[in-house]
Design a protein around this ligand. Structure first.
Ligand SMILES: Nc1ncnc2c1ncn2[C@@H]1O[C@H](COP(=O)(O)OP(=O)(O)OP(=O)(O)O)[C@@H](O)[C@H]1O
Ligand SMILES: [Mg+2]
Length: 417
């Protein structure tokens, strides 16, 4: 194949930014000239791989450690040509696989007989690339290795905390956005808010975020092709470091959300964050129920009013009938005032459980935060921020960076952390 046509074919689809991380290091073993040229052009045209060296013999002596001849650290990918000597190529692959199991092995060959492919896979190769090596097959194979490396580098398993109002206007969005910004900023935690409102969610507005194109339900509808790149196009980013997947702005389209799709989407998201806060609409819709089944905790936000408290009791009864473990439920009393008409003791007696948290009533500050779109800068000295910072440390967060507060001890266990 002439190099010009290879270059042309390498420049076709712009899908290379699957990773913003460092390029993957590649070592070639006994590659023929054309394959090596394809690799060189691929490395030049897309910053996904960096060619480290080419070794022109299969080094299979037992006395020689594979890591010695591949170099340290071991490369991310080793591409072995199987055509020159199949037996030695297999032996070399086995040696590398046992000495450097984290190195991905690609076999390259012009022979596509199934038993040869199986043999290469048995020697530890995860990919079998056919000559002439095309851009698409190389790109897909490299992308798979990149994806696995990212998974290894991001071993997060987020705590998913769902927040639902006992009725509308109890303060869910105010609390979720402020708590999220604190977790991201003061505690340096990788934090995401998902606005699960089926329409007209407020999280983006409260965070002053206007630059976004897609909403959460579109992500759910596309969950079969979910990867880091697709997710990135759904994220709105706040200056605190907090990320948000917003709700739809209107309710003009019919959605096809399959049962289980929300849970699957959260399985994917969990691996990428330390905390996920979910801003839910009040009520027990199918989406909310699936979320409640899948979250680690349901924080029901209420105010000290008879109608809201009655709803909390009804919700808990209903969810218990649906076999959702009662330990998962927490009650957060918002707009708490010491001299309220309904006392704390009365509230706890009505609910049949202790209040998990109380957030003080501070209307002027909360409204200022909403209007400014910056929950922590404006509220840094307010009682609500101090209170939510304590809540964040209660969530088991270890202090980081400039945060002076010592780690909370008493309530950590409530989250099982
Ligand atoms: N701790 C608080 N002290 C005083 N006012 C508050 C507090 N928390 C929230 N509010 C006020 O309550 C109102 C409703 O808050 P918010 O929009 O956060 O509620 P919500 O539960 O998200 O409502 P919705 O059901 O519409 O989504 C806002 O005007 C907000 O300023
Ligand atoms: Mg809201």
């Amino acid at each position: 194949m002439n190099p010009m046509s290879i270059r042309d074919s390498l420049n076709t689809t712009p899908r290379e930014n699957f990773s913003t991380n460092e390029p993957l290091s590649v070592v070639g073993v006994c590659l023929d000239e054309e394959t090596w040229t394809v690799l060189k052009l691929f490395a030049e045209s897309a910053p996904l791989i960096r060619l480290r060296s080419h070794i022109s013999e299969y080094r299979v002596k037992e006395t020689e450690s594979a890591t010695d001849w591949l170099g340290t650290p071991s490369p991310d990918i080793c591409i072995i040509d199987f055509d020159r000597d199949r037996r030695k190529a297999s032996q070399a692959a086995e040696n590398i696989h046992s000495a450097a199991p984290e190195t991905a092995l690609f076999a390259v060959s012009s022979d596509s007989q199934p038993d040869l492919i199986i043999q290469a896979m048995r020697s530890g190769c995860s990919e079998y690339l056919l000559k002439p090596m095309g851009r698409e097959q190389l790109l897909n194979a490299v992308a798979r290795v990149g994806g696995r490396r990212r998974e290894r580098l991001q071993p997060f398993k987020a705590q998913v905390l769902a927040f639902m109002g006992a009725k509308g206007g109890c303060g869910v969005t105010s609390l979720v956005t402020q708590l999220g910004a604190l977790l991201a900023n003061s505690f340096s935690k990788k934090t995401l808010i998902v606005d699960l409102h089926p329409d007209f969610g407020d999280s983006a507005l409260y965070l002053g975020l206007t630059k976004y194109r897609y909403h959460f339900f579109e992500l759910v509808e596309n969950n079969d092709r979910l990867d880091a790149e697709l997710l990135s196009s759904f994220l709105a980013r706040h200056s605190s470091g907090l990320e948000l997947i917003p709700a739809p702005e209107g309710n003009d389209t019919t959605r096809r959300i399959l049962p289980g799709a929300i849970a699957q989407t959260f399985d994917f998201l969990r691996m990428r964050y330390e905390y996920i806060l979910v801003d839910m609409a009040p009520g027990l819709s199918d989406e909310n129920l699936e979320m409640i089944r899948h979250c680690d905790q349901l924080q029901v936000v209420t105010v000290a009013e008879v109608s809201a408290l009655r709803n909390v009791v009804r919700h808990f009864d209903y969810l218990t009938r649906k076999e959702i473990p009662r330990e998962r439920f927490r009650v957060v009393l918002n707009r708490h005032q010491k001299r309220a008409l309904i006392s704390e003791a009365e509230i706890e007696k009505t609910l049949g459980q202790k209040l998990f948290w109380k957030v003080p009533n501070q209307y002027a500050h909360v409204v200022k935060a909403i209007n400014g779109g910056d929950p922590i800068a404006l509220l840094s000295s307010s009682e609500v921020t101090r209170n939510l910072r304590d809540l964040a440390s209660t969530l088991g967060v270890k202090t980081a960076g400039g945060e002076k507060k010592k780690e909370s001890s008493g309530l950590r266990g409530l989250l099982g952390r």
